[in-house]
Ligand binder design. Sequence first.
Ligand code: NAD
Ligand code: UDP
Length: 323
Amino acid sequence: MALVRKRVLVTGGAGFLGSHLCERLLQDGHDVLCVDNYFTGRRDNVRHLFGNPHFELLRHDVTFPLFVEVDEIYNLACPASPVHYQFDPVQTTKTSVIGAINMLGLAKRVKARIFQASTSEVYGDPTVHPQTEDYRGNVNPLGPRACYDEGKRCAETLFFDYHRQHKVDVKVVRIFNTYGPRMHPNDGRVVSNFIVQALRGEDISIYGDGQQTRSFCFVSDLIEGFVRMMGTGRDVTGPINLGNPHEITVLELAQRIIGMTGSKSKLINKPLPQDDPLQRCPDITRARAALDWGPQVQLEEGLRHTVAYFDQLLSERGAPVEA
Ligand code: NAD
Ligand code: UDP
């Protein structure tokens, strides 16, 4: 139980990460206002919280101003998977940029501390490995990923300008690939795709030769990092990388998932999407020092929880739900 009950706004709270964060904040004894336009999030993700008198859900699009009274803001609203953020790229940029302006304006007015869910995508297709926070990135500003990458970069700029110019108390984390229960089954991300394909006995779609790397963080580890970051003193603004430095190839991930599910699925190769980063791995030295944080959940264990979630979802619905 927290010593002081705070009123906490979570934008994008009905999404994958947001729903876990709302749950954690309620457990910690806070009042949670969850705001979402349900573009990629679902009421089902937070349905189990409806009976809690400290939880409130509001349908709202962060590209429009919001007038509420809160103590802290976690700004997570933004589609995160390439399939979803490329569906309406103009709206993706608007969500990141105008959404950040609206939430920073709110933070300034009510003097709330504000947290930004930024991303490893600010590093683009990195030429420095692993990625440290002072690396400035290698982003194609014109490609299909730019609406997300540049939108998030501009949001970071806004956070630091509001901090310098208006003394807003900001906290910026750069999240690396995270997975776990409540990922959207149709979001096209590698972990959800491979698990759903394996459980349904369909071909596993390896984009390119599968030698590109990612490092996968389990959702509970990430949420712990969020809460620790929000609890730091005013001087800790970030950006701070949050992710699991254990790096594996996409091919190895597919083989692990086939092994765990006992699936008869075959691996097939599909074209590598444009601007797909070749490698990605966080340097989390800063997170360890400033937050005393590091991932605790091994890939094997995290995948087991995630497979169990999708197994139940698919058996309830027969097929993945629509986006
Ligand atoms: P998600 O798509 O499940 O959640 C995003 C939520 O934001 C959804 O509920 C969606 O409906 C909502 N949303 C989108 N546009 C909105 C708008 N205009 N107004 C209000 N709500 C809106 O994705 P997620 O994985 O939970 O990601 C949450 C945040 O974390 C995002 O900002 C994302 O960029 C960031 N992030 C996630 C990862 C990851 O691996 N999951 C990695 C890097 C960064
Ligand atoms: N990927 C894949 N098969 C899929 C989905 C993704 O091989 O069915 C690859 C994708 O090309 C990328 C990696 O897996 O190299 C991670 O993709 P994801 O969309 O999960 O996130 P990203 O890290 O690219 O934003």
